[in-house]
Design a protein around this ligand. Structure first.
Ligand code: NAD
Length: 498
């Protein structure tokens, strides 16, 4: 059985803790590898390597740091097929979808190629008599990132690209479900010219995460995963004096106004609800048609499309979606569908019991549609993270707007309408981080910032965009006065600009 270890100090190292986790092929249910789960001392070895390498990297001029990313982007493109295949093998999503995962990360690497410009400080000439004032953005030192299973390429790159470009060393703790792509990315960064020790990958579970959160040399922690763990990581990191940004779960709504182009809205819901088997934090899991007529038409058009979804292993290049990630996820999603039936929602398309010939032990769930879901139901309140879409019927625009507003989560939301006034009002009033107007999955591009509100995000700076440069640097402000501006005698009062 293949054993997946760690990547420390620029090379692969085998795990020594004696603890491992199974890595499955979600399409067959077979164990395809064992991943080592790091102990505190293994995490510490990564920190020591990072500590030794970081000062020289921080002192490397920003153009040279950028050049590593120019080369890395080239390597990502060169190895795209291989990376996508590796990703699909462990995650289960289709190869084309895996390419999307990689490209969204690659775009963040392209963004940080501009680090010489992005990391510039500010300068004020003549802030007082012969006084100049300027600021610098210096790296935090050592950063760590803890990532979820659902984007094993994009999310590690969201994190390590800006951190490293800013002059930090980085320790990545990937999801134990699909650890191979993050390791391969670290190898490619070395091939691109990154010095050893600047990017380390430590595989593991809670023990590795806790070692990160209490390590005295790690200055900043970035996390993406479920809300309970995001809350825990944020609190523990802050208690240990670290800077933290932690992104959690979601329940994304799509409002369909009566004037929307219904075919466009239906296609958008199909892709956003069922792409990647619903395992995206920006997946749409709640459709909110406004008015009974809109709702009836929406359900009538959605149902046959959901029934004819092509579900298959990643090797089926015509598949719309693959299996869900684990046996536990499979059981949890089916359990929530049972719960929706018990709660009285109308099950229009039932994905339970979906079986694929030749892949009977795979973790497949068929596309599922509930109608007449209400806000009190568990299937509305809970993040299902599977191919299950709930229709909540709204009487009016205000009624529709109040649903995402009152929901615990605040990651993404979309509105489908031709009415510019309604769209503008919606974007202005809704208390959600990322808004789509006739766009179902409004994931901001690399040069804007990604982040939700409410229980979808803890911390004040988002992923990528200029927020990431702020997160990965500390501001230092210098006030300089030259002798020509110094008056004789001591000044005892607080200096002000009179
Ligand atoms: P998860 O919370 O189970 O795991 C995320 C990471 O935390 C993993 O690296 C895991 O090893 C670690 N972890 C798990 N349990 C832990 C514990 N008790 N203590 C410390 N660390 C622990 O999440 P997942 O199942 O891998 O990913 C799916 C979740 O991630 C969904 O809720 C999804 O919405 C969310 N997500 C959010 C975003 C976003 O940007 N908001 C993006 C992608 C995924």
């Amino acid at each position: 059985m293949r054993e997946i270890g760690h990547f420390i100090g620029g090379k692969h190292v085998a795990g020594t803790s004696g603890r491992t986790a199974d890595v499955f092929n979600p399409a067959t249910g077979e164990v395809q590898a064992k991943v080592s789960l790091a102990s505190v001392s293994e995490l510490r070895a990564a920190v020591e390597n990072a500590k030794a390498a970081q000062p020289k990297w921080a002192a490397t001029n920003p153009q040279r740091r950028a050049r590593v990313f120019f080369k890395f982007v080239e390597l990502l493109n060169k190895h795209m097929d291989e990376l996508a295949e590796l990703l699909s093998q462990e995650h289960g999503k289709t190869v084309e979808d895996s390419k999307g995962d990689i490209v969204r990360g690659l775009e963040v690497c392209e963004f940080v190629c501009g680090i010489p410009h992005l990391q510039k400080g500010e300068f004020t000439e003549g802030a007082g008599p012969a006084i100049d004032m300027y600021s610098m953005r210096q790296p935090v030192g050592i950063g760590a990132g803890i990532t979820p299973f659902n984007f094993p390429a994009m999310i590690p790159m969201w994190m390590f690209a800006p951190a490293i470009a800013c002059g930090n060393a980085f320790i990545l703790k990937p999801s134990e479900r699909d650890p191979s792509v993050p390791l391969r990315l670290a190898e490619l960064m070395i091939e691109a010219g990154l010095p050893a020790g600047i990017l380390n990958v430590v595989n593991g579970d809670k023990a590795a995460v806790d070692a990160i959160l209490t390590d005295p040399d790690i200055g900043a922690v970035t996390f993406v995963g479920s809300t309970p763990i995001a809350r825990y990581v944020y609190g523990t990191a802050a208690m240990n004096g670290k800077r933290a940004q932690c992104f959690g779960g979601a329940k994304n709504h799509m409002i369909i106004m009566p004037d929307a182009d219904m075919d466009q809205a239906v296609n958008a819901l199909m892709g956003a609800g069922y792409g990647s088997a619903g395992e995206r934090c920006m997946a749409i899991s709640v459709a909110v048609p406004v008015g009974e007529e809109t709702a009836d038409l929406l359900v009538e058009k959605l149902a046959p499309k959901i029934e004819s979804l092509r579900i298959g292993p990643y090797t089926d290049d015509k598949a719309d979606m693959g299996p869900v990630v684990t046996k536990e996820a499979h059981a949890r999603i089916n359990g929530l569908i049972d719960r929706g039936v018990e709660e009285g929602a109308k099950l229009v398309v039932d994905g339970r019991g979906f079986k694929l010939q030749g892949y009977e032990d795979g973790y497949f769930v068929g596309g599922t549609l509930f109608d007449h879901v209400t806000p009190e139901m568990d299937i509305y309140k809970t993040e299902i993270f599977g191919p299950v879409l709930s229709v909540v019927r709204a009487k009016s625009y205000e009624d529709a707007l109040s649903l995402p507003m009152k929901h615990e989560y605040g990651n993404g939301v979309a509105i489908y309408t031709r009415d510019g006034d309604a769209a503008r009002d919606f974007a202005s009033r809704v208390n959600i981080g990322m808004i789509g107007i006739n766009v179902p999955i409004p994931v901001p591009l690399a040069y804007h910032s990604f982040g939700g509100w409410k229980a979808s995000s803890f911390g004040d700076l988002n992923q990528h965009g200029t927020d990431s440069i702020k997160f990965w640097t500390k501001t230092k402000t210098i006030t300089a006065r030259w002798p020509s501006g110094i008056k004789d005698g001591a000044e005892f009062v607080m200096p002000t600009m009179k």
